[in-house]
Design a binder for this molecule. Sequence first.
Ligand SMILES: [Zn+2]
Length: 298
Amino acid sequence: MIIDMHSHLAGGFSDKFVREWINDSHFGCMPAWFKDGKERWKPEDFQKFWADEYCMDMEEQGIEKVITWGVVMRPYDCVSTVEEVAGVAAQHPNNIIPFHCGDPLGGWDAVEDLSRAVNHFGFKGMKVFPSYNWVYPDDERIFPLYEKCAELGIPTVVHTGFTFNHNAYLDYHHPADLDKVCAKFPEMTVIAAHFGFQWAEEAMTLMFKYKNLHADLAWFLLYPTDWLARTFAWAKHFGLVDRIMFGSDYPLTDGRNDGIVRLREVVSYQERHEILPSLTEEDVIAIMGGNAKRVLGL
Ligand SMILES: [Zn+2]
């Protein structure tokens, strides 16, 4: 079973956020994957992606389940409601597994929202974007949310790695900021989104330290093959492969971007260049879905 552990409901992004992303950041300089690499993203492109399209693309790729969430980035006026996300998930109950997007600075109201999402609508986890709310992942104002996730027995995805927006400083995105979170909530499954991206080695050091720390590969497989080959060799060496999970980051990247093909390219590169220990085919299958299945209790 292939499970995509990381996708977004693009409709939740506010005009303010999208304008800043497209007009003022390097994201806007990149060719849009859905325009055959010939044109750049435009702000209005964000409105075109809805669950129907992704579910069709998923089927083409043999992806059975996709985790998706809305967005809460207060400084950019991005706030998806529990009902919005639940509504989309309800249209594709066999494919979409909804995660609640927590408001890191929302206090007890945010905790109530999370409880409602899980207990009333059957959401299976939480995602938070501390950095795009201009705080660190280990800011103690987020702890009530983490505590609730631990109590509910659901995984928490925390954005780490890269940043596009002004004021969402790179410093807020470091996976080392999960050190205190993992220590304080050892019973909670924490997932470092994007594998910490340029800080994958630091993320692995922490994963070695904390058994509750996991990582998703959203956007990560777009990195150069030689770098991926070395990173996965380290992951294998440290025994971390069973906590790494495929994610696409659709629609920011191509949901049809075939993760399993990309991982096999990496394995073949490892073997050709003797970057050892290399991943096995069983590892690839586990990363593509087996590990996620266990984390989600499917
Ligand atoms: Zn993402």
